[in-house]
Design a binder for this molecule. Structure first.
Ligand code: FES
Length: 202
């Protein structure tokens, strides 16, 4: 589990754009007036989207004031969930799953590739500032382990060679094709079988 790193450099103020304020109000109206706090995840996500994929402390304060919550309660939420970044990340943000199924299937090699190609430590930008990486807990694609998420896309059934290729593409400012490195469709069997009937003694 990675430790949340809070950026030392912080903007003083954060406010939603008009468009995001409208979206925030739509989220808030989904809940009873005395349960506005239920919109906290949606609002933090909007802050992150507006602020180059990370949430400044001023964004946490802003959400707290919009929802009538204490700053510390919103801070607790923002620091708990791994989808929220509290310091700047690269244009290409690589999240490597290191929970048991992925670890058994080779996640350590993905981490080694990130260290070699992006930065020695997680949550640091690559030299050209385009990429950063971090370890995360299960991303719900265990059947296609090992896997990693880059921005909004999943890259699955990975091996060392494919991970090196993917990261090199990112460093050239190109976005690689997501999905299975073994060309599996979703999590269908590798050889195209759809039933167990053809397998002897299945
Ligand atoms: S353990 Fe890696 S996706 Fe579930």
């Amino acid at each position: 589990m990675s430790i949340k790193k809070i950026s030392k450099v912080q903007p003083e103020l954060f406010e939603f754009t008009n468009e995001n304020l409208e979206k925030a109000n739509i989220e808030i109206k989904k809940y009873p007036k005395d349960r506005k706090a239920s919109a906290v995840l949606a609002l933090l996500y909007l802050v992150q989207n507006q602020n180059d994929n990370w949430i400044p402390l001023s964004g946490i304060k802003y959400v707290a004031s919009l929802l009538g919550m204490s700053y510390i309660k919103v801070y607790e939420v923002a620091t708990f969930y791994s989808m929220f970044n509290l310091s700047p990340v690269g244009k290409y943000f690589v999240q490597v799953c290191t929970t048991t199924p992925c670890m058994i299937r080779g996640a350590k090699k993905i981490i080694d590739s990130c260290k070699k190609n992006i930065s020695q430590n997680q949550n640091e930008l690559s030299e050209n500032k385009l990429c950063s990486w971090t370890e995360v807990e299960c991303l719900g694609a265990c059947v296609n382990a090992p896997m990693m998420q880059i921005n909004q896309d999943y890259f699955e059934d990975l091996n060392e060679t494919r991970v090196d290729e993917i990261i090199q593409q990112l460093l050239r400012d190109e976005f690689p094709s997501p999905g299975s490195a073994k060309n599996r469709k979703n999590n269908a069997p590798e050889n195209g079988k759809t039933t167990l009937i053809d397998i002897k003694n299945a």
